[in-house]
Design a protein around this ligand. Sequence first.
Ligand SMILES: [Zn+2]
Length: 319
Amino acid sequence: MNPRPKGFLQVDVDGLWAVRACYGRHEGTSFQTDPCWEEGIPRLLEIFNDSSVPASFFIVGRDLELKTKRHIARQLLQDGHELANHSYTHLIGLTARPLGVIHREIRKTDRALRKIGATPVGFRSPGYDIDGRVLRAVRQIGYLYDASILPTPWVPLLRVADAWLARKLPEGKRQFGRWVYARAPRQPYFPLRYRIRKPAKDPLEQRLVEIPVGVTPGLRLPLTASALLGCSRQQLRQLFERLARKDRLVLLLLHAIDGTDCSKPIVFDNRRPRLAGFHLDGEEKEKRLRRIVEEFARAFEIVRADDHARAMMDGVAAP
Ligand SMILES: [Zn+2]
């Protein structure tokens, strides 16, 4: 039997306040009293630890202003997981901002992560909004990889689904990246400086690794846990086996809200849409997440993205 291809498990630690902001809802008390951190992250951590798989947690720096959240973040580190950078204020539309804002969003989180003992080398832009400018800022801080490109042709549709969920029309919200990224490679590569969806062949240009978010075979839908919560174990096994046969490195993306009890309408105030797990309670989510993680770990050898990016930069790992 061939060895299993490598895979990454990554979590965007969007607090409830950040999720609510994404859908145009007021923050209220959701920064201080944040079930995504208090319940979602510990639940995901337990599932990963039970399966003995390493994961990368992308932290929004502002959350580390709170002692309770710093404590949870340290626990992730202690358990052998990677902490990475997901901007400071979860600013959607980073590519539209001045360079100063981009640098500040990245550097402030970098400092906050180092203060709790992490050595971050990876970045994902909020809402997958990435371009050459943001990527350059990521490289200038000395990071090894970015993981913001979503190589799917469904960006317009995803934006419509998002607006439907929010019951609001997006106001120029730059989410899910750009349509041209549909043609980006579907496994880690060294992006060209000015055309980041293209791989750089010149070794001198190979100064940062891009790890695209996984997509399903065929339709190329984003490989996110929220989209897989409705799958049976057998469907998951088939999907991951099909992906593994392509012998590509695959990134499965989770979010803190995936592990958070939604038996009360915590995001949309008075509704619990039957989509992406917004209608499921904590126990049900735990059951479904366990089978997603177990089946993913069955088909792929889970490795940390920082280790893999380092090996690629050193020229000792094939993409
Ligand atoms: Zn996010």
